[in-house]
Design a protein around this ligand. Structure first.
Ligand SMILES: [Zn+2]
Ligand SMILES: [Zn+2]
Length: 312
């Protein structure tokens, strides 16, 4: 299914970070880049998102908006790095427009507290380095319902509520539409009907997933974590009903402890196949999807950013 020389498309989704809070060098914190026409949107900014953008050659200031799914720390700890590094005047930063953040209720608080936390840096660089203050300024847009939250340059983004557990609210997924095609990302969620609804007929459906070996399932903390996420068999049920052209996993929750090792990634495929028979790929950092007549996959090496020949 995967081709080597993928034709360039002007609708591309790249997994910058496919990990979780686990500090793994090969799977950075959750973050996904969407490039459609002249628009570049970032969904979540987990650990290392800025490094991954740089590896893809995307000037940091070219991001038109940061979209947040929810407020678990692993999805947002990369924000100050991106926000303040993009302000510096280097070739990899590009412009000094305000930093635009769109998220469910809570985005405004988050950003105003970050502005306070970094106030001294902003003052020092404005006065000392004469950086334009508007480059560090933040524009926030909040929403509290399903609906269109972004519409520019032919790109339409629809937010939809998901179910990350009763205590973890708000939590949203996003459907991005461009040129008659659609990419959908589940955000963090348990099995949820809204992902089926908004994911229906998408070209690309990216879903979170969690897996633990059966020996671990008796542990209370494992049950608690699994209750906030989707198993591969459940994700397969979502894919089977939504029927995307390509289904992909990101936010890979591999549970383990000192005695029990994480399940191999191949088990995700085996488990998914219990409920879904269509096209499927387990995401990796710097994996890109070119969305055109078909969806092409391109991989890069997370350590170097160098393009790799296709696999799968
Ligand atoms: Zn979460
Ligand atoms: Zn998460």
């Amino acid at each position: 299914m995967m081709e080597r020389a993928s034709p360039e498309s002007d609708f591309r989704v790249s997994l910058l970070g496919t990990g979780t809070p686990a500090p793994r060098p090969d799977r950075f914190g959750p973050s996904t880049l969407v490039e459609a026409g002249d628009q570049k949107l970032l969904i979540d900014a987990g650990r290392g998102a800025t490094i991954r953008l740089h590896q893809l050659g995307v000037p940091l200031g070219r991001i038109d908006a940061l979209l947040l799914t929810h407020y678990h720390s692993d999805h947002i700890v990369g924000i100050p790095d991106l926000w303040l590094t993009r302000w510096l005047q280097f070739h990899y930063t590009a412009r000094a427009a305000p930093f635009r953040v769109i998220g469910p209720t809570g985005a405004r608080d988050l950003m105003s507290h970050l502005e306070r936390a970094h106030a001294l840096d902003i003052k020092i660089r404005t006065e000392g380095e004469k950086l334009p203050p508007q480059g560090a300024s933040v524009v926030v847009q909040e929403f509290d319902n399903d609906g269109v939250i972004y519409e520019e340059g032919g790109v339409r983004v629809i937010a939809f509520a998901v179910d990350h557990g009763a205590a973890i609210k708000p939590a949203y997924g996003y459907r991005i539409e461009y040129g008659g095609r659609a990419a959908v990302i589940s955000g963090d969620t348990r099995y949820n009907e809204n992902v089926v609804k908004y994911g229906a007929g998408a070209d690309l459906l990216i879903h979170e997933v969690a897996i633990a070996r059966s020996e671990l399932m008796s542990e209370a903390y494992v049950q608690r974590i699994m209750a906030h996420h989707t198993t591969a068999r459940e994700a397969g049920m979502v894919f089977q009903r939504a029927r995307p052209k390509l289904a992909a996993y990101t936010h890979l929750v591999f549970l383990a402890n000192e005695r029990v090792s994480p399940a191999p990634a191949a088990d995700l495929i085996t488990e998914t196949r219990q409920s879904y028979s269509g096209p499927l790929v387990v995401g990796e950092d710097l994996m890109s999807f070119e969305i055109g007549e078909t969806v092409h996959i391109r991989c890069r090496h997370p350590g170097t950013g160098a393009a790799e020949s296709a696999k799968m």
